[in-house]
Design a protein around this ligand. Structure first.
Ligand SMILES: [Zn+2]
Length: 158
């Protein structure tokens, strides 16, 4: 029977009930001055599904009044509050030149690799301007790209 099989496959790939301890990932301390981050435990191909950003679906009007950094807007009406521990995707740190991006598919936030990710490499995403201005800009961006830029601009010590 073709149809249930197909249905099962799609469900298996995108289900929010999928186990959160995924062998492809490891959560560990990120770079200096950073908290924890999500790292690839094996090579991930470009276009591969990473994780769903899971959490409670709340009205965007309510989310706009919250200060949590784990809010991911689906649209004007709905936002995912991803502060739950089971949301592995909340460990994905911001980078200005990231290796994943999020797509909204049927009101779910799905994260995909935008290029090949090496084993051991940190999984990163470019959060929107609002997030950047609120949480990143005040402390300065510490993504690999920005750190190498600031190192180049640093005066040589004599
Ligand atoms: Zn940066």
């Amino acid at each position: 029977m073709r149809y249930p099989h197909t249905l099962f496959r799609v469900y298996g790939l995108y289900s929010s009930n999928m186990k959160t301890i995924d062998a492809r990932f490891i959560i560990k301390k990120s770079g200096p001055g950073m908290g924890k981050g999500l790292f690839a435990n094996k090579r991930i191909k470009k276009g591969e599904f990473i994780l769903e950003y899971i959490g409670e679906k709340i009205p965007t009007s309510v989310a706009d009044k919250m200060t949590s950094r784990y809010l991911f807007e689906i649209n004007e009406k709905w936002t995912i509050d991803g502060s739950t521990r089971s949301n592995t995707a909340r460990y994905i740190n911001h980078a200005c030149s990231p290796n994943t991006s999020a797509e909204v598919l049927e009101d779910k936030i799905m994260i995909f690799a935008v290029r090949e990710i090496r084993k051991g490499e940190e999984i990163t995403i470019d959060y929107d301007t609002e997030y950047f201005d609120e949480f990143i800009r005040p402390i300065g961006c510490r993504c690999a790209q920005c750190i190498s830029k600031s190192n180049r601009l640093m005066p040589q010590s004599v």
